[in-house]
Design a protein around this ligand. Structure first.
Ligand SMILES: Cc1cc2nc3c(=O)[nH]c(=O)nc-3n(C[C@H](O)[C@H](O)[C@H](O)COP(=O)(O)O)c2cc1C
Length: 196
């Protein structure tokens, strides 16, 4: 039987399409593709996504989806469920993630918990862009999602954070870019080990 290709889905939570977070994610995705892994990048810029409303319906419906059906939430949760690995990227906004990516992780987390852990043992990694300070807190917020949903988190040579303010500035952060490349290699290695 031919081996089916592993897939990684990446979400860029930035309000700025193609900005620093997208560039950093691109370096990770390139390494994954070089290792034969299929990738997809979703830009959340301009996307409308509501936070968890605590309606509790995911606990009773148990249909692996959120009861909010008039936004992109369920389409994104389905993409995550169908992937072997998930990358969550966010710029640092007032020392934390963007509201769009927070809405996604809150809803995906509660849906997963209500359905016995739909992301268990997938690979998950965070990517953060920051101008100056607060990046580590943003990184922590994203990693809490992977850890509470029982995903496996590959590391890199440093925390997965790139520095820059204006679009493209992160290209000047050589260590940040190397960190993303190493993350991509480590995530590819992990994906080949898990889920066989
Ligand atoms: C609303 C807002 C809040 C921000 N808050 C911070 C912050 O707390 N710390 C920081 O160093 N940079 C902050 N920044 C700068 C961004 O994190 C930085 O420009 C980042 O590279 C943007 O990534 P992007 O191009 O992917 O959107 C903020 C930017 C915006 C728009």
């Amino acid at each position: 039987m031919p081996e089916t290709k592993k897939k990684v889905i990446a979400f860029n939570g930035s309000a700025r399409k193609g900005g620093n977070t997208a560039i950093l994610l691109g370096y990770v995705l390139k390494e994954l593709e070089d290792e034969g892994i299929e990738t997809e990048l979703i830009e959340m810029s301009g996307v409308k996504i509501h936070g968890c409303t605590v309606c509790g319906k995911c606990r009773t419906n148990k249909n692996r989806r959120c009861a909010i059906t008039n936004d992109v939430g369920n389409a994104y949760i389905e993409k995550m469920e169908n992937a072997d690995g998930v990358l969550l990227g966010s710029p640092t906004y007032v020392t934390d993630v963007t509201p769009e990516i927070k809405a996604l992780i809150d809803r995906a987390c509660v849906v997963s918990k209500s359905n016995g852990g739909i992301f268990r043992r997938k690979a998950g990694a965070a990517v953060v862009a920051v101008r100056r300070a607060g990046g580590i807190h943003t990184f922590d917020t994203l990693n809490h999602f992977f850890l509470i949903t029982e995903m496996i988190v590959p590391g890199s040579s440093y925390w997965n954070i790139g520095y820059g303010m204006d679009k493209g500035d992160v290209e000047k952060d050589a260590e940040g870019i190397q960190t993303m490349k190493t993350l991509g290699k480590n995530m590819a290695w992990l994906l080949k080990k898990i889920g066989d």
